[in-house]
Design a protein around this ligand. Structure first.
Ligand code: V3L
Length: 85
């Protein structure tokens, strides 16, 4: 994203960066002050809740992952499930 920030979702002991397209769409919704948005991620519809800062698959609303907007340079596990070595 323009200002050096990136969107992340929680993994086991660490954070994953969202893929570029998803991160961009989240940023657009966030900048428009939307409270939630719905996005297709890896073939599944997910709900992003910017008030409570979590994501969950629409069909599995109780299975939540925390999300955050942070500097792109922070330590991360990888991008969208692709590990950094
Ligand atoms: N982008 C890509 N894949 C996702 C995303 C997303 N935003 N959200 C969920 N998945 P759930 P560790 C994650 C995948 O929350 O070792 C990581 O990307 C999710 O993948 O129940 O625990 C890794 O690939 C999971 O496979 O909807 O840190 C993997 O977990 C599946 O959707 C292991 O990461 C169900 O997640």
């Amino acid at each position: 994203l323009e200002d050096g920030y990136q969107w992340f979702y929680e993994g086991r002991n660490g954070w994953w960066a969202y893929d570029e397209r998803t991160s961009f769409e989240m940023e657009c919704a966030y900048k428009r002050s939307q409270r939630i948005c719905e996005l297709l991620i890896a073939g599944f519809l997910y709900m992003i809740d910017f008030d409570q800062m979590f994501q969950s698959r629409k069909t599995e609303p109780s299975r939540r992952r925390r999300i955050k907007r942070d500097l792109a340079s922070i330590p991360k596990k990888g991008i969208a499930g692709l590990r950094l070595e």
